[in-house]
Design a protein around this ligand. Structure first.
Ligand SMILES: Nc1ncnc2c1ncn2[C@@H]1O[C@H](COP(=O)(O)OP(=O)(O)OP(=O)(O)O)[C@@H](O)[C@H]1O
Length: 493
């Protein structure tokens, strides 16, 4: 009999290159691991054999109770600014890096369990997660990916058979998350705050090898690493804003070096356009409101810059500050350029003109004034491009307010000379019809809490193809009915 090849071909660079940046750890025992959702498409991209993972053995691996061959799981340490205040010691308090694998396109990926039990970084927490938030992260992360926005992915969700007490008894669950890495601004902050410059250097070199390999060995590699993170994060936040996403907890421990969205705790998509939109129950001051995300990201990147100063110009702090400030100062322009580009595409425009910003802002102020659904506006606007503005006008309490703007926009389209039907097609390729609507997410989660997964699977299926209209699924495109009321989300549950 030939031995079965291991399910995961681990190649663990973090453990190898960064001793002292983690503790080796194992998942807690749980009674009855059961696979709830498994992402076959992602498994394929990762070069994993679904037949081996959609089994009771797979469920045990994903629950953290069975170590796959070759695994040496670990909990990473990090720090972070949370709502502006510095916590010098956070770390994976309920997560385990199972290991890294090289995917089918040659990229290194972390496989991490979230909710697999307490670790030395749990700070009094139980180290667990419950089924609602685990599936929320699964749904939102996969929706983000389908929207073409860099994000951690979800490979699997299992229930554990445990009852976990949150705001009542809840089924325990574990998420298997896949990421380009779990390096966070907070990882740098942990070592910088302790004055461990050599460890910051080790970490920066590791980050370069993993995310900016072209910079390896270059004398100016640290400032260029910072530049890369600024560029990735500016593009990411522009993407969030263009699609109407509110991250909700943009702490520096939730700001990645890779430029991927991470931690779908209290996030949500807006329905009515509103820069002040906040969903998180704990964000009383609106620090992480929809419209503040670019400013907050720049603030988070300033915290990263601080950790890198001794590397950027070791013998001249003033010079290092000058160089880092120049890079950080480019953030607003990079962000604005990405946002303007994205908005042009959403409006079916190709040419860049001096009036773009004004055209877009005028539109947004009308949407805000009339609480118009952000997602449906762009989708129905594509119909207006072919001379059918009726559905669009129905989104407005007073449609006459948008008429003047529509005329202006139509003139722009005409001046560009593209056939209207082509404009509509182009617009529908970048403006989603289906986003994870808050009421649909809640419906799916509530039924999953009772062990019923039909709505979850239907929602996941719809969100896989967000631009493709499907008959019979009209309700997935609609904003929440009035009775749903104001929406609130919760952190770290
Ligand atoms: N139930 C828990 N038990 C132990 N630690 C926890 C628990 N919930 C959150 N933490 C820890 O608190 C810190 C901040 O929590 P946050 O909700 O931002 O992270 P998370 O959602 O657990 O993880 P991630 O940022 O990796 O997605 C993290 O260090 C996290 O590990």
């Amino acid at each position: 009999m030939t031995a079965r090849p291991p399910i995961f071909q681990f190649d663990n660079s973090y453990a190898r290159d960064l001793p002292g940046f983690y503790v080796a750890w194992e998942g807690a025992k749980v009674p009855t691991p059961q696979l709830v959702v498994f992402n076959r498409e992602l498994a394929k991209e990762l070069g994993l054999d679904s037949n081996l993972l959609e089994t009771s053995e797979g469920a045990e691996i994903f629950a953290g109770v069975r170590q796959p061959d070759g695994a040496s799981p670990l909990a990473q340490v990090y720090a972070g600014h949370q709502f502006g205040g510095f916590s010098p010691q956070l770390g994976d308090g309920r997560a385990l890096l199972l290991g890294e694998i090289i995917d089918s396109t040659g990229n290194r990926k972390d496989i991490q369990l979230k909710g697999s039990g307490p670790t030395p970084f749990s700070r009094g927490g139980d180290g667990k997660a419950v089924v609602g938030p685990v599936l929320r992260e699964y749904i939102l992360g996969e929706a983000m990916h389908a929207l073409g926005i860099p994000t951690t992915r979800a490979l699997a969700a299992v229930t554990t058979g445990e009852t976990i007490y949150r705001d009542g008894p809840k089924p325990g669950a574990v998420l298997t998350r896949v990421a380009a890495s779990h390096l966070r601004v907070g990882t740098f902050q942990y070592f910088a705050a302790r004055g461990e410059t050599e460890k910051v250097r080790q970490l920066a070199d590791y980050a370069i090898a993993r995310h900016d390999p072209d910079l390896a060995g270059q004398p100016d590699r640290y400032i260029r690493l910072f530049r890369g993170v600024v560029e990735r994060q500016a593009a990411l936040v522009a993407n969030w804003v263009l699609v109407g996403f509110v991250h909700g907890v943009m702490n520096t421990d939730n700001t990645t070096i890779s430029g991927e969205t991470i931690d779908y705790g209290p996030c949500a998509f807006i329905d009515a356009y509103d820069p002040a939109a906040v969903f998180s129950s704990i964000d009383h001051g609106g620090r992480y409101a929809f419209g503040r995300q670019p400013v907050i990201m720049q603030w988070n990147l300033a915290r990263l810059a601080e950790t890198l100063l001794p590397l950027i110009q070791p013998d001249d702090l003033d010079k290092a500050v000058e160089l880092a400030s120049a890079e950080l100062g480019r953030f607003p322009d990079i962000y604005r350029a990405a946002w303007l580009n994205g908005m042009r595409a959403k409006l079916g425009l190709v040419e860049e003109t001096a009036e773009d910003q004004d055209l877009f802002e005028t539109m947004l102020s009308i949407l805000q004034e009339q609480s118009v659904d952000y997602t449906l506006f762009f989708r129905h606007l594509s119909e207006a491009a072919v001379g059918a503005p009726q559905k669009l006008r129905e989104l407005f309490v007073d449609p006459t307010q948008i008429d003047g703007w529509l005329e202006r926009w139509m003139q722009r389209l005409e001046s560009e000379g593209r056939a209207p039907a082509d404009t509509r097609t182009a617009m529908n390729l970048v403006n989603p019809l289906y986003i994870p609507r808050n009421h649909k997410v809640e419906e799916a989660l509530q039924s999953a809490e009772t062990g019923e997964y039909f709505l979850l699977n239907e929602l996941l299926d719809i969100l896989k193809a967000p631009y493709e209209e499907r008959t019979g699924f009209e309700s997935y495109a609609l904003p929440a009915p009035e009775a749903f009321g104001p929406y609130q989300t919760f952190c770290g549950t």
